[in-house]
Design a protein around this ligand. Sequence first.
Ligand code: ME8
Length: 523
Amino acid sequence: MSSKARVYLTTPIYYATGEPHIGHAYTTFLADTLARYHRQSGAEVHFLTGTDEHGQKIQEAAEKRGMEPIELCDEMAARFREAWSELGIRYDRFIRTTEDEHKAVVCALLDRLHARGLIYEDMYRGWYCVHEERYWTEKDLTPEGHCPDCKRPVQEIEEKNYFFRMSRFREELIRHIEANPGWIFPENRRNEVLGFLRQPLGDLSISRPRSRLQWGIPLPWDPEHVTYVWVDALTNYLTASGAIAPDRPPAERGFDDDFPEGAAREGSTHWWPADLHIIGKDILTTHAVYWPTLLMGAGLPLPRRILAHGWWVVGDTKMSKSLGNVVDPMELREPFGTDAVRWYLLREMPTGGDASYTPERFMTRYEELANILGNLASRVTSMVARYRDGTLPDSADASALDESLDRTLDSYHKAMRELKVHEALSSAMDLAREANGFVESREPWAQAKDPEGGDELDRTLGTLLRTLALLSALFQPAIPEKAAALASALGLDGVPTLEEARGISPSTCRVRKMAPLFPKPDA
Ligand code: ME8
């Protein structure tokens, strides 16, 4: 058994209907950045993303396009994978809910709940929103009788369903949230869930009759019903954890031997429980109420944390296909490169808050990269190349910025641990800004002219090289391509870890003059 820290983080699995846009990209960048941060800190990471492929929404979208649902899903899963690879996302597992592996785990979970007497049959009367794949009661609807979330018309439904006794777990869930203040981040979202739980909690319909919906996973004890798509989708996190007997063929999987109640992860090779579910605030109830109560019902440990981030709008308008204002991250990266898009989204949105996309703000953020980090990198590397032919001795005091480096590292780690990624990035940028100030105050160009200024110049440039090495490590999780280009211009063997970067001595660098890291788009 390795003693390495292990971190399992997840994004939502996106519906295999829409094209990936900046909203999906934001969530996935956030997960990728945290995954890279943890890997860089020496942890073993399991980063999961994927596509949500069952349900009425997919069935209807496929019908509209005259395709089989699986054909649509194949096409869209490929599209998401391609987008993520173009956007520098390094996931460890891409799950599709149509995989046999996943179907087996959904059936195992349902069987377990059924065997524990937590499933019963009843008539369902109420409304259903296909877009959100959510059931609503009369009192949830808008005054016009539409879906309270997406405001679209809903369908009235009266049919036999199977129900999960979710109501039984209301108090246990409240206790869990109260005992674990950081379980849902940010705090306003936590309060929202507690507010929701103050109302009576109903039971959860977990099935649809096959006569109305074919595209789903049949219930193991009644194949005339398929699994409600949210129960199916949420279970993906468990499937991809490998916790449910991965060494047995799917048909023979079950819980009882391989996942005793409350099993902790110490010493096991699977990844459950997840350390962090990263989601948008739109799907908070499903993740912070349905999912934990299902897990409680099955006697499984709960995920350790849930981060529900805010919403991207365009200007002051909601992004939507019908308004034609959907921002495509692939188009956005054309003139500026992938890292410019990553930087903009991650830096602009305070983790947890909302943000608005405008081309002006995008440019402001790009200029920040170019004028602060890009400028620092290019002036320092060109001075070391010009005045010292790319190498420096280790001077005794190459560390005038030491205190700032340590302070930055501390606030960076703290912000990352608290999931305030935008703050971590802002502290890295502050250090680059301070280093530019250091260049101005030391005037290495004047030191270079001074016949007595040789040692001074070595100290100035040495300090700056150490700072640049650390900056390459600090920027690596968010903008990996540019961080690698910077490390390579310093002659380092790849981007150092944060720990390594802090200890790098100037004499190990072999500096080359570099092309601008963030060129003007028209250049
Ligand atoms: O809800 N701003 O999938 P989905 C910020 N399949 N984030 C946004 C966004 C925006 N404007 N638009 C989308 C589903 N997102 C289910 C999930 S999980 C078990 C099943 C991001 O394709 C955000 O992360 O509608 C949101 O939660 C997710 O995409 C919804 O993706």
